[in-house]
Design a binder for this molecule. Structure first.
Ligand code: ADP
Length: 156
């Protein structure tokens, strides 16, 4: 049976830190499904469809990475895509506190789910989506932190 992991997140935007977790996840699992959580009640900075396409373009050379968007409980989506594993990255103790709670709740929703944590690669630890959003908001080029180039804004 195929070992499938769901890598859930907001990915607003998807960064080189996230890419690293996916690539290392491919050493552990047959397939990694990147699940972009798109809560209808939460406003995103980057449009979800744009990020989905950019992630797909990042992993064009493998068919072991899939990208989906969802607005539901993560553990339910894992069951739906046949994933018995959740993949998450840990950068620091703040991440750990948050992940600890969330992984317990996920098991409450889907008993068989196992969360696998990968410690961030040190050179990628400072990268966070929220810092990238702040830089971008004020016109700073952020391509160095992303595994793709953001489309240039079209001037109307
Ligand atoms: P969420 O809103 O669910 O926290 P994110 O898109 O911020 O989603 O992050 C998704 C996952 O990627 C989380 O497990 C987060 O800890 C991890 N992550 C984020 N940035 C990095 C990084 N630079 N290195 C390793 N893991 C990271």
């Amino acid at each position: 049976m195929k070992k499938i992991a769901l890598f859930p997140g907001s990915f607003d935007p998807f960064t080189k830190g996230h890419e690293d977790i996916v690539l290392r996840g491919l050493n552990l699992f047959d397939e990694v499904v990147i699940g972009i959580g798109n809560n209808a009640n939460k406003k995103r900075y980057f449009p979800v469809e744009m990020i989905k396409e950019l992630i797909e373009s990042t992993f064009l050379d493998t068919d072991r990475v899939k990208v989906i968007t969802y607005d539901d409980l993560t553990a339910r989506i894992a069951r739906e895509v046949g994933a018995k594993f959740l993949l998450r990255g840990l950068r620091n103790t703040t991440d750990f506190e948050y992940e600890n709670g969330i992984s317990q709740v996920n098991r409450f929703v889907y008993e068989e789910i196992e969360t696998v944590f990968l410690i961030t690669s040190p050179h990628l630890a400072p990268i966070s989506s929220s810092i990238i959003r702040d830089l971008h908001r004020y016109g700073q080029n952020v391509d160095n932190f992303l595994p793709y180039n953001l489309p240039k804004p079209t001037i109307a």
